[in-house]
Design a protein around this ligand. Structure first.
Ligand code: ADP
Ligand code: MG
Length: 765
């Protein structure tokens, strides 16, 4: 059926507009389309420049059958057909006043009658030979199908002036291309900016597209069998076949991975050229003594990672390593050993924790692991020791002064603290190693605040307990090399998790409190976690509980629930006067005074409290081995990784841990299913994938939290593993051979642009 129309349509589908000058990618759209259209593009789809517009890729392509063909027109149906005007006849009505416009259109094989009553002006537009989309309800007149008073949009034809085109009235030529057997791109659009108008604008840019310097080096393109950039841009917006669309997508997807990995490779290379002080291990220092005193053997994984770290510390270039491992996998011990080895070489090591509670917790567990090795300067200390100090926002002024002096003089070998360590008033004597705990709460910017103060850079070790799939790590933390602790130390007992559904089985909650009483009767302790504090202030959680960074959970279906969710203040009252009145119950939340928080944590550690009713303030790093049960109220309010992190607080000792996920949701509601998944698997990586799959790509990369737009349009850091790995390999090799990209000016330009756009994960390290 294409035979008749095909030749005309194809040439018309790619009209040659007069404006032949290539348009630079950073050109504002106003110049091209005029202010109203430019405004609509900015408002509707956030597109500002020619480059933005070309990167606004179709979401899908309409299949041919989506336009009704003549053969299948059914009576009374609303249809849209594409056709060419074949005959036009204007006549007066016989018995009444008025006129009738009869138009016959054809799709190349059959004909269709169109009729307008008393609208003679259509004759001016509907001239013989014009092609357009016609839509209306199928009627019948004298046994023949016809459309009355059809709506229509005509395609542009040769001779239409660019400026004179009425975008509202002229159909996208791509739609016409469909007629010739090609396909129609469907763009992410908005109500005021329908997809065909976007297609029209894209088309106008494509028609003026000159030669583009291809940033992808020729040999990489050949090696991966990718098409050229110009070809790919045309092919993704105006594919002649779905195969062409797909290869175009592949090329442009690779570009996204490649530019990103080139930026990261450049950053790694720049870091590697920087000077750090080599900190080779000593066989007779504090570390050696520490190892002798350690009450357990390092796991095999810990030993391997320790070896890698020791080798990197011994180099005169900064280490830059990410250490991943589940909560309790023994990261802190590995980090502490690295810190001690730096102390052995005469330097200082700092441990940066995301919250006050965690900093205090680290301080307590590190000083207790070190024992007398942490007692330098005190009576009876040996020279086989160093001094460990703690600096947080709530360190009292007098102590703070002394601590700052010890940090500056180098007396303090190990410094533990929060963001307070990042302030300019903190001057280090000789900072050799920076350990950042729970990286996802810190921005790269904050890491930079400590590492960019002097020409000599400290070694950096970043620890995270949120398992990050490999490709996500390569993208977000692409400036870091990665190590992973996969096994838990022996003697750790398993955690069992159950969903406690209160909707269908309210008495299950009583049973949960009974389990808490049973555990306490056995001499153990319990956590009860609530999603709210409950003092009804607008900002419910304090900054300790709000988690600003990349991998922190978002609850995928987080609408405000209709019922009242559990809060620390209310539940604490209820439990201490009710189900748990026989136990010692205390509460902990982010808006308590720091010393009150500290006192509660200490009492809980010392076993003076049986049950701690808390917010997620306990989420990270709290380590009380005697705690064996955790009840998480309204567990559906938390994200998958967060739940996993939370339950890592129980079962840290030799007794088995139990985690109860309480929810109001019915059996087959999605939040309930998510909880069932959490209850059933304890593989942190699997859960982290599950969690990430619920998010949009920009959220995976943290761009949405920072308010910046992700530069990734096509690339999925979860699905495109092969692409990311390959791009990383070729980018690394390229930068090794040509660090400044001197031989690749087009790539250098794109990379420079990406860096100055300052996408979150591309920031300087
Ligand atoms: P993470 O920082 O990964 O959460 P930690 O280093 O805090 O883990 O270790 C959790 C607990 O396990 C701590 O009490 C620590 O002393 C202990 N631990 C660490 N490594 C081992 C090991 N190899 N064998 C036994 N216990 C260990
Ligand atoms: Mg830890």
């Amino acid at each position: 059926m294409d035979s008749l129309l095909a030749p005309t349509v194809v040439s018309a589908a790619r009209p040659q507009y007069q404006k032949a000058d290539p348009v630079p990618f950073d050109e504002p759209l106003e110049k091209l389309f005029g202010a109203p259209t430019a405004k609509a593009l900015a408002k509707g789809i956030g597109v500002l420049t020619v480059g933005d517009l070309l990167a606004h890729y179709p979401r899908r392509y309409a299949e041919r059958g989506e336009l009704t063909d003549f053969a299948s027109l059914a009576l009374d149906e609303q249809v849209t057909v594409m056709a060419r005007v074949e005959r036009v006849n204007q006549r007066r009505m016989q018995n009444r006043k008025g006129s009738i416009l009869d138009v016959v259109v054809t799709d190349g094989t059959s004909r269709l009658a169109l009729t307008w009553f008393n609208q003679p002006w259509h004759a001016k537009k509907l001239t013989v030979g014009r092609v357009g989309l016609f839509s209306g309800k199928v009627g019948e007149y004298r046994g023949k199908r016809q459309l009355s008073n059809a709506e229509y949009q005509l395609m542009a034809q040769d001779g239409d002036e660019l400026g004179a085109l009425d975008l509202e009235d002229v159909v996208d030529e791509n739609a016409v291309a469909e007629f010739a057997g090609a396909i129609i791109p469907v763009y992410p659009a908005s109500a005021s900016l329908p997809t065909w108008r976007i297609a029209k604008c894209v088309g106008m840019v494509l028609d003026t597209l000159g030669d583009i310097a291809d940033p992808l080096p020729e040999d990489i393109r050949t090696q991966r069998d990718l098409m050229g950039l110009r070809e790919a841009l045309i092919g993704i917006h105006r594919p002649r076949s779905l195969v062409e669309a797909q290869s175009s997508r592949e090329r442009l997807t690779f570009d996204e991975a490649f530019v990103l990995q080139t930026v990261l490779a450049q950053q790694r290379a720049a870091l590697d050229r920087r000077i750090a002080i080599a900190r080779p291990a000593r066989t007779n220092g504090v570390l050696a003594t520490f190892d002798q005193r350690l009450p357990f053997e390092l796991t095999e994984g810990q030993q391997v990672v320790a070896g890698v770290i020791a080798a990197e510390l011994a180099r005169p270039h900064p280490m830059h390593r990410l250490l991943q491992g589940e909560v309790g996998s023994g990261k802190t011990v590995v980090a502490l050993r690295a810190m001690l080895s730096v102390v052995d070489s005469g330097g200082q090591a700092a441990l940066l924790a995301p919250t006050e509670v965690l900093a205090q917790q680290h301080f307590r567990s590190i000083t207790s692991l070190m024992g007398e090795l942490a007692g330098a300067g005190t009576l009876g200390s040996t020279d086989q020791s160093t001094s460990v100090v703690l600096l947080t926002g709530s360190t009292p002024a007098a102590t703070r002064k002394k601590v700052l002096a010890d940090i500056a003089s180098g007396t303090a070998g190990i410094i533990i603290g929060t963001h307070a360590l990042l302030q300019d008033s903190v001057e280090f004597g000789d900072l050799g190693l920076l350990v950042v705990d729970e990286q996802h709460r810190f921005g790269v910017e904050q890491r930079a605040a400590l590492t960019q103060r002097s020409d000599v850079v400290p070694h950096v070790l970043v620890m995270t307990a949120t398992p990050i799939p490999r490709t996500v790590a390569m993208t977000i933390f692409g400036d870091l090399e990665t190590s992973t602790l996969t096994e838990l130390p022996a003697g750790r007992s398993a955690i069992t998790s159950h969903v406690v559904p209160t909707a269908d089985k309210p008495h299950f909650l009583d049973r949960a409190w009974e389990r808490v009483r049973e555990e306490v009767a056995k001499g153990h302790q319990a956590y009860v976690v609530c999603p709210r504090i409950g003092d009804d202030t607008a900002a419910e959680l304090s900054s300790d509980e709000l988690v600003p960074f990349e991998l922190q959970d978002q609850v995928p279906d987080a609408q405000e629930p209709a019922y009242e969710t559990a809060s620390v203040l209310h539940l604490y009252d209820d439990l201490s006067n009710g189900a748990l009145s026989s136990l010692r119950v205390a509460m902990l939340h982010g808006r308590m005074k720091p010393d009150a928080k500290d006192a509660v944590m200490r009492d809980f550690s010392d076993g003076k409290i049986d049950v701690l009713v808390a917010t997620t303030v306990i989420e990270v790093g709290v380590d009380v081995a005697n705690a064996t049960v955790m009840v998480i109220m309204d567990a559906d309010r938390f994200g998958v990784s967060q739940l996993h992190q939370l339950r890592g607080r129980v079962g840290r000792g030799s007794a088995a841990g139990l985690c109860l996920l309480v929810t109001h949701f019915q059996a087959d509601a999605p939040p309930r299913l998510r909880l069932e998944a959490v209850a059933q698997t304890h593989d942190g990586f699997a859960l982290s994938r599950l969690d990430l799959e619920h998010r949009r790509e920009g959220d995976v990369l943290g761009a949405s939290q920072s308010g910046r737009r992700s530069s990734l349009r096509l690339l999925s850091v979860l699905r495109d593993e092969e692409v990311i790995v390959a791009a990383r390999d070729v980018a690394t090799a390229l930068i090794e051979a040509d660090p400044e990209l001197a031989a690749h000016p087009a790539l250098a330009q794109v990379v420079h642009q990406a860096v100055s756009d300052g996408v979150e994960f591309l920031d300087k390290t």
